[in-house]
Design a protein around this ligand. Sequence first.
Ligand code: OGA
Ligand code: MN
Length: 292
Amino acid sequence: MLQVTAMRASTANAAPTPPDFVGLVHDFDTAAPVDAETARAIDDAMTHYGVLVFRAQSLTPQQQLDFASALGPLDVGFKRVAKPHNRLGHDTLADISNLDESGAIVGREHRRIVGNIANQLWHSDSSFQRPSARYSMLYAVVVPPAGGQTEFADMRAAFEALPADQQAWLRELKAEHDALHSRFLLGDTEYDAAQRAAIAPTVWPLVRQHPGGRSSLFIGAHASRILGMTIAEGRMLLLDLLEHATQPAFVYRHTWQPGDLVMWDNRCTLHRGRRFDFSQRRELRRATTLDA
Ligand code: OGA
Ligand code: MN
């Protein structure tokens, strides 16, 4: 059986973590085959928590993909727009690093760096497509000496903290999500017509029901407008909601150690990477399942 304890106050955190938001999984080897019962136990834990942390793992790219595949079909995500390289040899494994094909650190003006900076905006992986992402599993290989943490925000707790009349109003609204919106926000516009057309925008309710029964805000950097509002009014609402939902009370900051595997539920969390010195090596790998 899966042994999970709640992670509460982390010294790296600005505030105590919500009690049902981050679970630390004990004595678990993600490189071992996952049977149906174990997959169910992980699903159950993920329904309770939004984030699970597995420490001291040792995973090849194939083992990481096998672990993810046991939990659902694999997502390709943004690689359908821009495919800078395939150092890891799998379309479904995202190279979350500042390295080139040969494994050397790239310069700060490299397309790889510029594009990946969008990961530093709060977002839900692949919210720009349907189905969107269910679980992301990010595995740390090399981490920089400072910075480069990943933060997670609890969109169920954030929704539940809103006044009832606002909750009712938000439930009626829908947002359009667009794969390139976060890049454009950062002035990263070097995408040709085919790349711009690669993923058509998709519409999601602003409030989604999680399978565990709780409601969740579904926002983040891919959300580009609210249906039925002007661009300005919709974006202002999205910014206000994001400000509310990413208060320290709803946020867990993960300080990486090599061998950490952190898994989150994109349906009820947002995440963002934090800045680090791009001349330092940072090498992580992400496998993602589709919410299908
Ligand atoms: C991701 C992501 C943030 C980080 O892998 O999906 O957003 O800290 N990563 O690298
Ligand atoms: Mn991400």
